[in-house]
Design a protein around this ligand. Structure first.
Ligand SMILES: Cc1ncc(COP(=O)(O)O)c(C=O)c1O
Length: 387
């Protein structure tokens, strides 16, 4: 029995993932176990709860900032867990990763410029690019028997300065679960550099990596030319509603510009709960994250076996990183609305693939940061409605 086998109680709460109105809208019923939003249905680490309790019980909420403490803790975490040297003074705090990306896009490109994303892509990317008045230029990843790889020829053709100013990289990749290797990243950086394109690297899923896969930060390749690293404790520690994000760059011009944006708009004023929880997470959360990773790994192995043995019509892309699994349902013969209807019938709240790529009509994504038994029950129900 693991502490992750039990989900925290949700009665009366307003979690997006469990909101019956959303469930009815997406699946036609609220009788669905939800695996769609990329947050956690698991109990968080005790040091985080203790820190939140400490701030609440202190009972005083005077002005209080501690960005230095946060970035010292984050730098030490990356050194310890990823052998990565990040200078605390090169971080800039922002309210969240999407806010940081939205501001970077506005600062580093102009109206009408192209921003390249690799599809399938985290669905908010296209939205924030378009909302900023830029054009989302898509490069499809190549599906190589389930394991996705980058299309360098396509990148070469599209990453041209008059076409695209920025590339938004997702590493590890949501939703296809790839953890890009040093070799792959080197090739992308080489193309981008040659074309004068700036890469914005969203590394929010950096800590969720399995088996032999190793996270390589873009900052370890080229730390001066044009690279920003974005992250937050949200995914690693299940702090989605109490986290702030940050950017990290060793490009002096980008650092200066983003410090000015943050300063002039007062965007770095994280609240005390976030500050204390973040420092506690990065300073005292190692053991909890190790346990989480081994629990998720166990869930992945169970799903892999279940699909091979009992539901071979559904195929899983190798899970190298993130707690999102990307499943190919092509052999079920179902797609689009028909596939969605079966998810509703099974009470299996997976996300339709079309959220991430309009052509991924036969794919679904499931968030496995939930008690294993919930996933087991839902997958068995899915098998039953497909049989
Ligand atoms: C790749 C990626 N970036 C950013 C986010 C959201 O980050 P934030 O909540 O800090 O804006 C997510 C959430 O799913 C994500 O998967």
């Amino acid at each position: 029995m693991s502490k992750f086998d039990t989900a925290p109680a949700k009665t009366g709460d307003t979690f997006v993932r469990h909101n019956p109105n959303y469930l009815k809208m997406f699946y036609g019923t609220d009788q669905v176990t939800p695996f769609w939003v990329a947050d956690m249905d698991l109990p968080i680490a005790d040091p985080i709860k203790d820190a939140l309790r400490y701030v609440a019980e202190r009972g005083q909420f005077a002005y209080e900032f501690n960005s230095d403490g946060i970035f010292a803790a984050i730098s030490a975490w990356f050194a310890r867990r990823h052998d990565l040297t990040l200078k605390p003074e090169n971080f800039v705090p922002f309210p969240g990763v999407l806010t940081a990306i939205s501001l970077l896009i506005r600062e580093l490109s102009n109206d009408g410029d192209g921003v390249l994303i690799q599809v399938p892509a985290y669905h908010q990317f296209g939205k924030i690019i378009t909302a900023a008045g830029r054009k989302a230029v898509k490069s499809s990843l190549i599906n190589d028997a389930g394991r996705y790889r980058m299309d360098y020829a396509d990148l070469e053709a599209k990453l041209t300065p008059d076409h695209v100013k920025l590339m938004l990289l997702c590493n590890p990749h949501n939703p296809v679960g790839r953890v890009w290797t040093m070799d792959e990243l080197t090739k992308v950086v080489e193309i981008a550099e040659r074309q004068g394109v700036t890469i914005i690297s969203d590394e929010i899923h950096a800590d969720i990596v399995y088996g032999d896969a190793r996270f390589t930060s873009l900052s370890s390749l080229d730390n001066e030319q044009h690279v920003s690293v974005l992250g937050s404790p949200a995914k690693t520690f299940g702090m989605q509603s109490i986290s702030n994000g940050y950017i990290y760059t060793e490009n002096d011009a980008i650092l200066k510009r983003m410090n000015h944006v943050e300063d002039s708009m007062y965007l770095g004023h994280g609240n005390a709960f976030t500050t204390f929880a973040t420092i506690a997470a990065y300073e005292k959360g190692d053991a909890w994250v190790d346990e989480l990773l081994s629990y998720l790994q166990g869930t992945i192995e169970w799903i892999d076996d279940f699909l091979s043995d009992e539901l071979p019509k559904v195929k899983m892309s190798p899970a190298e990183g993130t707690y999102q699994l990307w499943l190919d349902c092509s052999d079920t013969g179902l797609e689009g609305d028909a596939l969605k209807a079966k998810l509703g019938e099974a009470g299996f709240g997976a996300t339709p693939g079309t959220w991430f790529d309009q052509d991924a009509t036969r794919f679904i994504r499931i968030n496995i940061a939930a008690p294993r038994a919930d996933l087991q029950d839902a997958l068995r129900r899915f098998k039953n409605v497909l049989d």
